[in-house]
Design a protein around this ligand. Structure first.
Ligand code: FES
Length: 157
């Protein structure tokens, strides 16, 4: 866990602020800068973002918690997002999810003890034609079946 922002990140946040007439407009970008450096938006990191951007901590926390792209705890090296939207639901994403939880031995939202994978669900990932599908990092995989998960997971060290 990184509990303090570097001066470089603070400079980047100030650079973002300078691009907008109102400092609040730079908040989403500032949170990404902080998350990229710290690995997650820990309370100490949120407090630093609030101080740099001169907003109440409660406001920064509230914005960060609204968007699913921000995280409050660290993720594994590879984020698995299993689509659970309608096409994937009708094509058996529940079987895929059960198999992934079993193989990785973690619950939804969890991270493997070796820090390799974090497992999450997602809304439609724009690949309905390959339902049921998942993303591992930036890569799309589908159609999935419990039988082909091991081969896919083995590609990610
Ligand atoms: S519903 Fe799963 S990718 Fe669209």
């Amino acid at each position: 866990m990184k509990a303090a922002l570097s001066e470089a990140s603070k400079v980047e946040i100030r650079r973002l602020m300078a691009q907008f007439p109102q400092r609040q407009s730079a908040l989403l970008g500032a949170l990404f800068v902080a998350q990229d450096e710290a690995g997650a938006l820990y309370p100490e990191i949120i407090a630093e973002v609030a101080e740099v951007i001169d907003l109440p901590v409660s406001e920064v926390t509230s914005v960060a918690s609204f968007y699913h792209l921000y995280r409050f705890s660290p993720e594994g090296r590879h984020l698995i997002q299993v689509c659970t939207n309608i096409s994937c639901l009708l094509s058996g994403c529940d079987r895929v999810l059960r198999a992934l939880k079993q193989r990785l031995d973690i619950e939804m939202g969890g991270t493997t003890p070796d820090g390799r994978f974090t497992l999450k669900t997602a809304e439609c990932l724009a690949a309905c034609e390959t339902a049921p599908m998942m993303m591992v990092g930036p890569d799309r995989h589908g159609p999935l079946a419990p039988e082909n998960l091991d081969e896919i997971l083995a590609r990610y060290g």
